[in-house]
Write a protein that binds this ligand. Structure first.
Ligand code: ATP
Length: 351
């Protein structure tokens, strides 16, 4: 068990900065997710913790040891990769036993420990098979069993669910969550999937261009986004971002509609953020504003209305029983308790 401490961690290749002077403290037993779009530096951060990539600057601490100069095998971390990294010529038993054998664990101890790990991920009946005779989800469970067969200080997981089909990913996500709560081992988990981040994490670090944009609990990054990037990245559908200004305590769209009261001081340019769930759909004339439907989508559990709002389009979520069509006019009401204001220049939240 251990905490992980990154101090001013930097990775450069020539002029290109992959990870830019990042500091992060991951508590003992915490499940920390590094979340961000492709190329934001999350994998590089994790590979530096693992020892697979040398930092250009900064320090990596695992527990009370600075591990920058330690070989990967001496850092006591267990990795789970997206492509599983199983040995095809070995049985499942031997794949799971591998980390114990390379560490010279006594033979008599290996069997029971492999069986225990296999049982934890429900693989007991497959131990004699080779990886190619397993499904993707089963192979992913082998990779997990191989990580949990010993008790490392830290788990490092790089998009471990991304090769699974959508349905299996949801099942494995719940299994992973259950397992991680049971094992209580410090975990750093890399993903670009915000649902995975929201559901698995104790805290999420949202990254862009090698910089952590916000570090917080799933609740905090969803309900209290620090800037435009986090606001637009978290949530599905993405938060609506409406251009306008603040005049006399009202947000006024670029089209001139005086939309809603806000607390911020008057300013010539502002962006209003509002989630689809905070725009309720009513009959025409009964909302704050009447809008024309550009596209109507029924997802089964709800309906999504893309509506033309002056020059902009925004998405509102309607009741699952709602039936409308494009070009219909509906009334939209804003839930003024859940509005966000951003400065378009700095992209920071102002209210
Ligand atoms: P993805 O989700 O696509 O894996 P990521 O957030 O994990 O993205 P990284 O793999 O950490 O991103 O890469 C961060 C940036 O560093 C990317 O722009 C990438 O092209 C660059 N990069 C990674 N490895 C190297 C390298 N060996 N040489 C030069 N640039 C690299």
């Amino acid at each position: 068990m251990a905490e992980v401490h990154l101090k001013n961690l930097t990775k450069r290749w020539g002029d290109f900065i992959g990870v830019d002077d990042q500091s992060l403290h991951i508590a003992d037993q915490e499940f920390l997710v590094l979340l961000g779009p492709s190329g934001c530096g999350k994998t590089t951060t994790m590979r530096m913790i693992a020892g697979l990539e040398d930092p250009t600057g900064g320090e990596i601490w695992i527990g009370d040891r600075m591990v920058n100069d330690d070989l990967p095998k001496n850092r006591d971390v267990a990795m789970v990769f997206q492509n599983y990294g199983l040995y095809p010529h070995m049985t499942i038993f031997d794949n799971i036993a591998y980390p114990l054998r390379v560490r010279g664990v006594a033979k008599a101890e290996i069997g029971p420990r492999v069986e225990k790990a296999a049982a934890q991920v429900e693989l007991t009946e497959f131990l004699h098979r080779k990886p190619k005779a397993l499904s993707g989800g089963q192979r992913q469970r082998v990779a997990l069993a191989r990580a949990i067969v010993r008790t490392p200080k830290v788990f490092l997981m790089d998009e471990p669910l991304s090769n699974l089909d959508a349905k299996l990913r949801v099942t494995m996500r719940a299994e992973l969550k259950h397992l991680s709560r049971a094992l209580k081992i410090t975990t750093v988990y890399v993903t670009h999937d915000q649902i995975e981040a929201m559901t698995l994490a104790d805290r999420v670090a949202v990254m862009r261009h090698g910089v952590i944009q916000q570090l917080g609990t799933p609740d905090e990054i969803y309900n209290d986004p620090a800037n435009l990037f986090v606001a637009g990245f978290i949530g599905s559908p993405a938060m609506n971002l409406i251009n306008g200004s603040v005049q006399d305590g009202m947000f006024v769209t670029t089209g001139g509609t005086r939309l809603v009261k806000v607390k911020a001081a008057d300013r010539a340019r502002a962006i209003l953020g509002v989630r689809a769930d905070d725009l309720t759909v009513h009959e025409a004339g009964q909302g704050d504003i009447d809008v024309t439907i550009y596209a109507f989508e029924n997802t089964g559990e709800s309906t999504l209305l893309t509506v033309q709002w002056g020059k902009q389009r925004v998405i509102a979520r309607g009741d699952r029983h709602l039936r409308k069509d494009q070009d219909d006019v509906v009334g939209i009401r804003l839930n003024s308790d859940h509005l966000y204001l951003f400065d378009p220049e700095t992209e920071q939240r102002i209210d």
